[in-house]
Design a protein around this ligand. Structure first.
Ligand code: MRU
Length: 359
C-alpha cells in the first residue's frame, strides 16, 4: 500500500479511530468509538464496512466495553456484550469467527479464575493480533493472486465489485489487494470498478482508493459489465466475500451474482479473494447465509447519510416517487459452480476443494 492515509482503523488512547467512510470521497473525517454502542453504530451505519474491518471494529468495541468495568462482568454479561455487537450486521461471518476465538481465550469453566485486568488486557491483545494478522494474510493472498497471471509485465483488464481494499480491511485489501499487488509487480493494469448500487462502495471508495494509488481505472455502472465483457478482452473478475458456505457458495455485495453469471457466459475467470476467516464450514450451502436487508432510503435516495439518532442528515437526492416501496437486499449468493477459485493466504483453491484445503 503506497499511502498510509488509506488506513481506516487506528487503536488509540481515546478509543477506536475510524475513517468515516460515509463521507468519502467528499471529506476525510474521523469517527471515534468510545464504547461498544459507538462501535455498533459505526458498523450498522457503515462508518466502517467490509467483512474484515467489521470484525476488527467489533473486537475493539468489545475491548472498549470491558475497559469500562471496575468489577469483572459475569460470564453471561461478557457473552451478552459480544452478542449485541454481533447483531450489528448479519451476513459477514468474520465477526462471529473473531468472537468465537475471543471466547475460546476465556472458556466458561475457567472464567472465574480470570481477573478483570486479564480480561481487558488479553482481549485487547487479541484484537491487535487480529488486526495485524489481517494485513499479513492480505499480503499473502495478494501474492498468491499475482501468481495466477503471467509473470512478465502484461496488459491486464480486471473488473471488481464493491470495495475490498485497504478501507474494508486492516490494510492492503483482498480483491483490491490482489489488484494493488499486480500493479506493484509491474503489470499495466486497467481496473473497471462497478459503482455498486445502491450504496456506491465502488464509486465512492474503490475509485478513490485506485486513484490514490495511481492505478488506471474506469468507473462503470453495474449494468455496464455485460457490455464491457462482450466488447473488451477482460482478463478476470476479482471480488471479495462476506461468507463462504461449506459447498463454496459465496455471499458478497449485491450485484456479485449477476457479475459471476456474465463472467461464466463470456468465459472470463471469476475469482473470489478472501482469507480463511470468511469461510463458514458450519453451514452446508448458500441458502443458509442470512442476507441483510437495509433501509429503502439507500435505493430511493442518492444521499442517505444519517446522524447518530438515525435521522437523515440530507434529504436531497431523491430519485424515486415519495412513498414508493423499494427492496434493498445488501448481499446476494454466487453459486459455487460460477467461481473458478478462491484466492486465499494459504493458496489458490477451487470451490469443491475448500473443505480438505482448510482441513
Ligand atoms: O456492505 P459492505 O460494504 O460491508 O459489503 C462489503 C463487501 O461485500 C465486500 O466485498 C466484503 O465484505 C469483502 S471486504 C474485504
Amino acid at each position: 500500500m503506497k499511502k498510509e492515509n488509506l488506513r481506516p482503523i487506528f487503536w488509540e488512547k481515546e478509543g477506536l479511530k475510524l475513517l468515516d467512510q460515509r463521507q468519502i470521497p467528499g471529506k476525510k473525517e474521523w469517527f471515534t468509538a468510545k464504547n461498544s454502542e459507538d462501535a455498533i453504530f459505526a458498523i450498522k451505519e457503515m462508518v466502517v464496512r467490509g467483512a474484515p474491518a467489521i470484525a476488527i471494529t467489533g473486537l475493539f468495541g468489545a475491548v472498549l466495553e470491558f475497559k469500562k468495568f471496575s468489577k469483572k462482568p459475569e460470564y453471561q454479561e461478557f457473552q451478552t456484550i459480544l452478542s449485541k455487537i454481533l447483531g450489528s450486521r448479519p451476513t459477514a461471518v468474520n465477526l462471529r469467527r473473531a468472537f468465537e476465538e475471543l471466547s475460546s481465550i476465556f472458556p466458561k469453566e475457567e472464567y472465574d479464575k480470570v481477573s478483570l485486568s486479564e480480561l481487558q488486557q488479553k482481549s485487547e491483545e487479541f484484537a491487535i493480533h487480529v488486526f495485524e494478522e489481517d494485513i499479513r494474510n492480505n499480503l499473502a493472498l495478494a501474492k498468491n493472486g499475482v501468481g495466477l497471471f503471467p509473470s512478465s509485465p502484461s496488459k491486464l483488464k480486471i473488473i471488481t465489485h464493491c470495495n475490498t481494499g485497504a478501507l474494508a480491511t486492516a490494510g492492503h485489501g483482498t480483491a483490491l489487494g490482489v489488484i494493488r499487488s499486480l500493479k506493484e509487480a509491474g503489470h499495466d493494469l486497467i481496473v473497471y470498478a462497478d459503482e455498486t448500487r445502491p450504496y456506491l462502495q465502488g464509486a465512492r471508495l474503490t475509485a478513490w482508493e485506485l486513484m490514490e494509488e495511481g492505478i488506471e481505472n474506469y468507473l462503470i455502472t453495474d449494468s455496464m459489465a455485460g457490455w464491457l465483457m462482450s466488447s473488451q478482452k477482460i482478463d478476470a473478475v476479482i471480488v471479495g466475500v462476506d461468507r463462504v458456505a461449506a459447498n463454496g457458495d459465496s455471499a458478497n455485495k449485491i450485484g456479485t451474482y449477476p457479475l459471476a453469471v456474465l463472467a461464466k457466459h463470456h468465459g472470463i475467470p471469476f475469482y473470489i479473494a478472501a482469507t480463511e476467516k470468511s469461510f463458514d464450514f458450519k453451514i452446508t450451502d448458500g441458502s443458509q447465509i442470512p442476507i441483510e436487508m437495509r433501509t429503502q432510503d439507500e435505493v430511493t435516495r442518492l444521499n442517505f447519510l444519517k446522524n447518530e439518532k438515525g435521522e437523515a442528515i440530507l434529504s436531497e437526492g431523491v430519485i424515486a416517487p415519495v412513498g414508493v416501496k423499494a427492496l434493498n437486499p445488501s448481499f446476494d449468493v454466487t453459486p459455487a459452480n460460477l467461481i473458478k477459485a478462491f484466492i486465499t493466504e494459504k493458496g489458490i483453491v477451487p470451490p469443491d476443494k475448500i473443505k480438505e484445503f482448510f482441513g
